[in-house]
Design a protein around this ligand. Structure first.
Ligand code: THU
Length: 180
């Protein structure tokens, strides 16, 4: 059995790296634009009313384990607003986020109607950061819902009384998101 000296191993690895780099490397960057608005009154009437519905929905959260109460309101293309809130369980992995609760409700009630806008609001003792945007799993679920209807799907997010974050599209929150 022959042993390769460590310096040769490094040389071989570095050479492979350089060759690969030269052959097929291309640098790209991803940039997103979003807005931060300091208070509810500064939003458009439609955004205010959607966020207010998310605030109301957060009061219906069942979050005794995290004390992170999340409400979600979806504006559908038919003008309906659908709400959801997070629903927790003593078996923590069973916990469901507000966004996916609302999506399930929307698709059960109006399976053929696009979701145009999503407002998410979080409150509770565990909410300490200035913003809570949809988690990664919810981003994936929202993205596919947007794609199914060829929509951009705006996102509005607020925690407690902090500033409100506005994203033009769910795609901005999940660049290079998985799809088949
Ligand atoms: N949660 C949501 O409802 N939406 C999110 O996007 C992030 C997290 C919930 C899940 C859990 O019940 C609690 O917040 C703490 O993670």
């Amino acid at each position: 059995q022959t042993t390769i000296p460590p310096f040769l191993k490094i040389l071989r690895y570095k050479t492979a790296q350089i060759l690969t780099f030269n052959a097929m490397s291309e640098s790209r960057s991803i940039h997103i634009d979003y807005q931060i608005v300091s208070q509810l009154a500064d939003l458009s009437q439609d955004d205010q009313s959607l966020l207010n519905q998310a605030i109301e929905a957060s009061k219906l959260a069942y979050a005794p384990y995290s004390d992170f109460h999340v409400g979600c309101a979806l504006r559908l293309a038919n003008g309906e607003i659908i709400n959801g809130s997070n629903q927790e369980n003593a078996a923590y992995t069973v916990c469901q986020c507000a966004e996916r609760g609302a999506l399930g409700y929307a698709s059960a009630k109006y399976p053929d109607v696009a979701v145009l806008e999503v407002a998410v609001y979080a409150q509770g003792t565990a909410v300490t950061k200035p913003v809570a945007t949809p988690c990664g799993v919810c981003r994936q679920a929202l993205l596919e819902y947007a794609d199914r209807f060829d929509q951009t799907m705006r996102i509005i997010a607020q925690c407690n009384d902090s500033s409100i974050y506005l994203f033009n599209s769910i795609r901005d929150l999940l660049p290079l998101g998985f799809s088949k």
